[in-house]
Design a protein around this ligand. Structure first.
Ligand code: APR
Length: 383
């Protein structure tokens, strides 16, 4: 997963570089700046003294000393003064210059705090949005794993309106479907009751590729699967209801959720295609590249290569949903893709209901969806 949102203390992160929300003197302070200096030890300050400060929106890099990482990237966020003094651009610049420095130092993993959202008073939901947007933009054409580290509950706020809207959507669907006892069903999701699972230090929520699937089936990455038997060679089998009717050009079909097939041969092929085959077909149908797809899905390249090279790959549910979002599939096609992998959407799962909320509103921004999933203490989409 190229972009994680995790709850942790940034000084505990075992990554190549952590980013410090510093001030222009670079001589330490409170908040995350103070925590990083305390954990790194006095040598960090000694090195910072040689840097001659740093301007707002810029970044400078030092060693990490006693911290469990290689580098500390010090950046200076803007002080919030109402939003009319270029604060947004300066904050975007903090993330961009820090990521460029990390790339220049061959960092593969980087952890950010929510810059300016503490002492500098940047509204937390705006600060979060800028962080997620800027980092995800960078990740569309860079290979890196970035962690957005949230230290305390109050530091993480999605928009109030969005939170309420999702909370009532969950209530409408979850309570009705959830099989728990009455006390569980009466527990409405109220604002502020965002319980957070504290990430054990060092154990980030990490859908590492191994978690999903089987060992890599083949070396290298080729698009073609072993030649399948042509449909005509296949023993005739009765068409399932969904395929025998007008919806797919056959008399009497139910209003099938299977997208209309061009022909009987296509229909038969779609019935027994694997998840991987369906995924590759839909990427082609949408006219996007593989890279565009897995980047939009917040899936890392290595995992996508495994899926592309193993026609029987068994993905996790968050991975399937991440691709459905990247392909901007409507709900019914999302359900078909889930079914291919042996899953179904369930109203007994807050995770599923939140994803359904965004799909039903045509919002396919996976990073916005992940902000909401994090706010409701759910796993994130991607892998
Ligand atoms: N790990 C991760 N995040 C943390 C930690 C930590 N150990 N401690 C604080 N944070 C979070 C805060 O909750 C906030 O969301 O970091 C975010 C940034 O808050 P600040 O540290 O106050 O930084 P900022 O708002 O950018 O203000 C910078 O504060 O500490 C001084 O010297 C610093 O003058 C500078 C100013």
């Amino acid at each position: 997963m190229p972009l994680h949102i995790v709850r942790n203390d940034i000084t505990q992160m075992k990554v190549d570089a952590i980013v410090n929300a510093a001030n222009e003197t670079l001589l330490g302070g409170g908040g995350v700046d103070g925590a990083i200096h305390r954990a790194a030890g006095p040598q960090l300050l000694a090195e910072c003294r040689t840097l001659d400060g740093c301007r707002t929106g810029e970044a400078k890099i030092t060693g990490a000393y006693r911290l469990p990482c290689k580098y500390v990237i010090h950046t200076v966020g803007p002080v919030w003064r109402g939003g009319l003094f270029g604060e947004r651009q300066k904050l975007i610049s903090c993330y961009r210059t820090s990521l460029s420095l990390a790339e220049a130092h061959q960092c593969e993993t980087v952890a950010f705090p929510l810059i300016s959202s503490g002492v500098y008073g940047y509204p937390k939901d705006k600060a979060l949005h800028i962080a997620v947007d800027t980092i995800s933009d960078f990740l569309t054409d860079h290979e890196m794993t970035v962690y957005l580290v949230i230290f305390d509950k109050s530091a993480f706020q999605i928009g109030e309106r969005l939170f309420h809207s999702i909370a009532s959507y969950i209530d409408d669907n979850y309570a009705a479907a959830h099989s728990d006892g009455p006390e569980e069903q009466s527990s409405r999701l109220l604002p502020g009751r965002m319980s957070r699972r504290v990430q054990e230090p060092h154990t980030l929520y990490d859908a590492s590729p191994g978690q999903d699937g089987r060992p890599f089936a083949a070396s290298g990455v080729s698009r073609a699967f072993p030649k399948k038997k042509a449909a005509a060679d296949r023993p005739a089998s009765p068409l399932p209801d969904a395929l025998s009717g007008p919806a797919n050009g056959f008399p009497g079909a139910k209003s099938a959720s299977v997208p209309p097939a061009q022909s009987l041969r296509d229909a038969l092929r779609q019935i027994d295609e694997s998840f991987s085959e369906m995924l590759l077909r839909k990427i082609d149908e949408r006219g996007i590249t593989d890279v565009q797809c897995y980047k939009k899905a917040n899936i890392d390249r290595k995992l996508f290569s495994k899926i592309r090279s193993d026609r029987l790959y068994r993905p996790s549910k968050p991975t399937v949903l991440a691709f459905a979002i990247a392909l901007e599939l409507p709900l019914e096609e999302t359900k078909d893709m889930l079914m291919k992998a042996g899953f179904a959407l369930s109203h007994s799962s807050r995770f599923d209901i939140i994803v359904e909320y965004f799909i039903s509103r045509g919002n396919y921004n996976i990073f916005e969806i992940n902000e909401a999933l994090f706010a409701f203490d759910q796993h994130l989409l991607g892998a």
